[in-house]
Design a protein around this ligand. Structure first.
Ligand code: AKG
Length: 357
């Protein structure tokens, strides 16, 4: 059992606000697809999992356990530092470096602390770490570098198998977005300390979808992650497995497949006994990249379900929203409905609609 810093009493409200879409019902025996990447049927199973769950676990991924464990130990060493030392790694401006309880710029909070890095410019977050009394910063840095390189490769392999499964050519159509030297990808080390309040109602990381293409997640053996069932919205707890990776479909991949793959809503519930440590790579496209359904997804006269936008435009809009907002709805083409059938979804009222009022 890993127990890190002594938690302080809850001063803020970390209560889960029961969402309209998902409520708080939990289906304990909901299933999570497990895909063996060494098997020849992997590409078909991956496509099914992205369509039906937007989430799956991969085994036989080829990333050495030793590397995952060493990086986790370095992260744990950092999170064990006194609060005043960790605060020295907080960003003066921008998002990279140490964060505590605040998630994003718009008032979301969680029972969490984290280190956030830009994968193409590790120094943007890492230079802040040098302000804290970290004893082995070079070890930490080189482990981060090696690990990020390997999870990026894993993300690319999954995207190439998905391209094969969807008959998209060339097969690097999706993976090249992560490999591009201007790819806007992030890496976050999350630490959820044991929470003094033992309740399913305290949130570690509130419900959200990932805006990027694909996320590659690994955690220690502490549970807490839940995904929303795409069919009925109920929450499915994800059993932890420190030897495997979990893959999360992001909003951009949903758009590029014209809604065939689903970007999955997920959240982390606090644990009152054990620390959860997770590491997550968010594979994003370059800022200039148009995010639009791929031609192969528009065959047989299908129309795009989405307006045209670049990753930079989507990101700007996402950063103005709250964690739980449905960010994609402002980019969806409105179906042509008879006027009498039109209803306005409160979450989707755009600035233009508000101005007209
Ligand atoms: O800690 C986890 O398992 C998930 C974290 C997460 O969803 C995130 O960092 O965006």
């Amino acid at each position: 059992m890993v127990v890190l810093s002594k938690p302080s009493p809850l001063k803020q409200d970390f209560t889960i606000k029961t969402s309209k879409q998902h409520g708080n019902t939990c289906v304990v025996n909901g299933s999570i697809p497990v895909i063996d990447l060494s098997k020849s049927d992997a590409k078909t199973l991956l496509v099914n999992a992205c369509e039906e769950h937007g989430f799956f676990k991969v085994i036989n991924h080829g990333i050495p356990m030793d590397l995952m464990n060493k990086l986790e130990s370095e992260a744990v060493k950092f999170f064990k530092l006194p609060q005043s030392e960790k605060d020295k790694a907080a960003p003066a401006d921008g998002p990279f470096g140490y964060g505590n309880k605040k998630i994003g710029p718009n008032g979301d909070v969680g029972w969490i602390e984290y280190l956030l890095f830009n994968t193409n410019n590790l120094d943007s977050g890492f230079s802040k770490l040098l302000n804290s009394s970290n004893e082995t910063p070079e070890v930490f840095r080189s482990l981060l570098n090696n690990y990020i390189e390997l999870v990026k490769k894993l993300g690319c392999l999954v995207l190439e198998l998905l391209a094969d499964g969807l008959k998209i050519e060339p097969r690097n159509t999706l993976s090249r977005l992560l490999e591009d030297e201007e790819s806007d990808s992030f890496f976050r080390l999350n630490h959820y300390p044991p929470c003094p309040v033992n309740s399913r109602d305290v949130v570690g990381f509130g419900e959200h979808t990932d805006p990027q293409t694909i996320s590659v997640l690994r955690s220690n053996n502490t549970s807490g992650l839940e995904i929303a069932d795409i069919k009925n919205g109920s929450w499915i707890p994800v059993p932890s497995d420190q030897n495997s990776f979990f893959i999360i479909v992001g909003d951009s991949l949903q758009v590029m497949t014209n809604g065939r793959f689903k970007s999955v809503t997920h959240r982390v519930i606090q644990n009152s006994m054990k620390s959860r440590v997770s590491m997550i790579y968010f594979g994003g496209p370059p800022l200039r990249q148009n995010i639009a359904p791929l031609p192969a997804m528009l065959s047989r006269g299908k129309e795009s379900l989405y307006k045209e936008f670049t990753w930079s435009e989507y990101k700007k809009s996402a950063y103005k929203s709250r964690l739980a907002d449905n960010r994609l709805c402002n980019f969806e083409k409105q179906p042509l409905l008879p006027i009498a059938a039109l209803t306005i979804d409160a979450e989707c009222i755009t600035d233009e609609v508000l101005k007209e009022d």
